[in-house]
Design a protein around this ligand. Sequence first.
Ligand code: SAM
Length: 232
Amino acid sequence: MSGLPESRLGTKAHWDSMYELEVSNFKEFQDEGEIWFGEESEERIVQWIEDYVSNEQRTSAGGAFRVLDLGTGNGHLILRIAEEADSLLPQPCVLLGVDYSEKGVELAKKLAEAHGFQERVGFEQYDIIKDLRFCDGTWDLILDKGTFDAISLSTETLNGSPLNQVYVDRIHEMLSPKGLFLITSCNWTLEELSERFVKKGFRIHSTVPVPVFEFQGRKGSSTTVVAFEIAN
Ligand SMILES: C[S@@+](CC[C@H](N)C(=O)[O-])C[C@H]1O[C@@H](n2cnc3c(N)ncnc32)[C@H](O)[C@@H]1O
């Protein structure tokens, strides 16, 4: 069990049809589509990069600083990072957004072109669970905004394991030894995420404060934002 009830959001068919509509909206009205968790969630991530990544030496030996946005959708987050990449990230840097939906990748490429970033940011069709070509321990910064949430809503399994368990192993295989994985989730609490990642060889690097809402005397956060690093 993935731990969450089944939903259409856990299927590729859902994302394909959503991005198909968004591609046609973009062509017709230049509408760039949804920013998952809103623009402030992107600004929080940019601020976190400034606080923890910009001045730290986390690049894998000798190469460029490599950033991977998993389940990039319309690519809005990685394109936002590209705007400030020169000052925000160690240089030189590689920026890549991946998504299993071809239509999502098509939309992201169109947005990149519209913003003049087609040379700066790459986008590729890639299934985080089934493809292995980026599981090479070279990614210095891996971002997930809403993707683990979506994968957790799938009822599929791989070799008997729920996909969101396989996902944690994939991150471990992708991340460089000194790399950071930053996840933004609305379905999992900090404790639940920690439990899943810590038992697979990660430790918490930092957490990002998000606004807390109060309802009928009970307090809760709408999202959890936490960075993990490899423990050993
Ligand atoms: C909630 S959306 C978030 C999109 C984007 N990260 C954002 O913040 O706007 C989840 C994304 O994960 C993608 N996705 C789900 N499962 C995936 C998988 N196994 N491999 C790659 N992408 C996946 C979906 O196509 C969708 O674009």
